[in-house]
Design a protein around this ligand. Structure first.
Ligand code: OXD
Ligand code: MN
Length: 597
């Protein structure tokens, strides 16, 4: 096939990869439906995918990955910078020389007898000033079709690139799928990603975590913008005014659910609406108006299937009903549909489980879908997708939220005193393991800005970049922390969560608009009880008090954990953050023996 590009930088790089991997055939992905259909048919012929019921799931496919290849592999995810300090203490490092050598030995001749697909893709709407271009070379049809859902793919991207050398070079090969030789190498200094021996989305859809977070966070540091692990949503009030919020949560804390939240009936009746801009990644820039603006660089959702139901996330479920790909879920042999745990109470009886073995959902004791089974669904299918989601200008951000799972420490919501304090709050973000026994606090994992697995450079420098950005934003978003997961002495959640989280978002927007006062506590501003609307909820005054209480002893214990984490960051930790930690300690020590609220 003829080359789709005449860009000398592109052709030189493709030539190198062809010489290394020696494919039987090379195919440029032009983004046409005709070509994509041909690949869909071929994927079904080889068994890589199965077409689903055309009435119930038009344009949808079912796919399975190897049993040991069902999640991101953090210990095989490497940041390969010339100096180890640039990868920092929270990343796995390898020198570029060694990494390229190892990568070459794995990729050599790996595409013999295979077709190599070249996917030109744009992160962000093609031509937007926020957007960046990547090329992914792969030997997997699943990757081509999924990238076509998750990003903007095809000839128009190469046209936008022109002769420029500013593109991310991504190489993916299934190789032999050997877990021992599975690596995801990132070379931020070379705009390059090499991923081998995996077929799991998080490792192989290179536009997502690899480019839009790890490489882009590094680019943002160098170029003065930010790539963050954040959803973006818009809240429309009855007057039709929309405020946008960006929110970072560690993986598995309900980000997709929050991004697509349906407000409680009492709000819907008044005319409030929530609009989804993105569910996982935000690219943020300061504009002339002094505000922070954001785009969602992706074009689809790569969501966790189990637990997604009409009740928990109607909008996500609807997004999967056409042109989607399902991986490692249950395949219903009777009607060629898919199923997963907690989709509904009616599992199929004649089905294949995620291993591909016969499975009867009514009698089996085993789970049918893998807990990390996924759907890849076009964002435009989502019933609550924002009208602005593809705006090349992005949306202005009024508030940034950090959130984690904390049984006792963090109150339902609090607001930072300033941008700098907000950076401190983000840098100390943590989540607890969910398997904690009743009444016991889980194991705390610090996950600053929810970026621990995704920051492509030194975490201390990343904190420094956040502080520097604050100086450039004259009209910054306000920064908040939320915790939907507070429990009582029996280990039961005391906040209803899901759609009712809207009540907390309302307080956040009210604070942004200076409509409500708040009390300054040891940790920041906390709401006055009367300002959290609990109308229609089965929540007593005592429970609301509990939700907003700051337990000094658990905070002091947390401070010790933060100190340990900051020690690990070491010399690159900005002084401003050590000072914020000192202020917190002082505030807490001054109130030992009390519990405020
Ligand atoms: C994801 C993750 O898949 O954060 O979005 O792991
Ligand atoms: Mn994520």
């Amino acid at each position: 096939m003829q080359s789709l590009s005449s860009n000398a930088n592109v052709l030189k790089w493709i030539n190198e990869i062809v010489l290394l991997t020696k494919p039987e055939k090379v195919m440029w992905i032009d983004g046409s439906e005709e070509q994509l259909n041909q690949l869909r048919q071929e994927g079904c012929k080889t068994g890589e995918m199965v077409a689903l019921n055309k009435e119930e799931y038009p344009g949808c496919y079912y796919h399975r990955s190897q049993k040991d290849d069902v999640a991101r592999l953090e210990n095989k995810t490497l940041i390969c910078t010339i100096n180890e300090e640039n990868a920092g203490p929270t990343n796995n490092w390898k020198s570029p020389e060694e990494a390229y050598k190892l990568g070459r030995s794995i990729f050599e001749n790996s595409m013999n007898n295979r077709t190599m697909y070249i996917i030109p893709y744009s992160m962000g709407p093609v031509g937007s000033p926020f957007s960046k271009i990547g090329l992914e070379v792969t030997d997997s049809i699943y990757v081509v079709l999924s990238m076509n859902i998750m990003t903007r793919v095809g000839k128009s991207v190469l046209d936008a690139l022109g002769d420029s050398n500013d593109f991310v070079r991504g190489l993916h090969g299934k190789c032999t799928l050997d877990i021992n030789e599975r690596y995801i190498f990132h070379f931020p200094e070379d705009n390059t990603i090499w991923s081998c021996n995996s077929a799991y989305g998080g490792n192989v859809l290179l536009g997502k975590k690899c480019f839009a977070l790890r490489i882009a966070s590094y680019q943002g540091w160098k170029e003065g913008w930010m790539a963050e692990h954040m959803l973006i949503l818009g809240i429309e009030n009855p007057k039709g005014e929309i405020n946008y919020i960006a929110a970072a949560f560690p993986s598995a804390c309900g980000k997709t659910n929050l991004a697509m939240l349906i407000p409680p009936e009492i709000y819907k009746k008044k005319g409030y609406k929530v609009w989804t801009v993105g569910d996982d990644i935000a690219w943020l820039k300061v504009k002339e108006d002094g505000r922070l603006w954001a785009i969602n660089p992706e074009a689809g959702f790569f969501g966790v299937a189990p637990g997604t139901s009409e009740k928990s996330n109607y909008n996500a479920l609807m997004a999967t009903k056409k042109d989607s790909i399902f991986t490692n879920v249950v395949y219903n042999l009777d009607d060629e549909t898919v199923w997963w745990e907690k989709m509904d109470n009616n599992p199929p009886e004649n089905a294949l489980d995620w291993h591909g073995n016969p499975w009867n959902g009514k009698t089996s004791k085993e789970k049918g879908a893998h807990p990390n089974s996924r759907f890849t669904a076009p964002a435009k299918n989502c019933p609550c997708i924002s009208k602005q989601w593809e705006s090349p200008e992005g949306v202005p951000i009024s508030a940034i939220i950090f959130g984690g799972r904390r049984a006792k420490t963090a109150p339902l919501v609090y607001q930072s005193r300033s941008w700098q304090h907000g950076v401190f709050v983000g840098s100390t973000l943590a989540s607890e393991t969910t398997a904690a026994a009743a009444g016991k606090v889980g194991v705390v994992r610090r996950d600053p800005m929810a970026m621990i697995p995704f920051c492509g450079y030194n975490m201390g420098d990343y904190f420094g970049h956040w502080l520097e950005m604050g100086e450039k934003i004259s009209n910054p978003p306000k920064i908040f922390h939320v915790n939907w997961f507070r429990t009582n002495s029996e280990g039961k959640f005391i906040w209803p969560g899901y759609g009712d989280n809207f009540r907390v978002l309302e307080w956040i927007i009210n604070r942004y608009e200076n409509k409500v006062e708040a009390d300054l506590s040891q940790i920041g501003y906390i709401p006055r009880k009367e300002d959290i609307n609990i109308e229609g909820l089965n929540i007593t005054d005592a429970v609301l008090t509990d939700l907003l209480t700051i337990d000094i002893e658990s905070w002091l214990a947390d401070v010790q954990n933060i100190e340990k984490f900051y020690k690990k960051i070491g010399a690159t930790l900005p002084n401003e953050l050590s000072k914020e930690l000192d202020i917190l300690k002082l505030n807490l020590n001054n109130s030992i023996g009390t519990s405020i609220k």
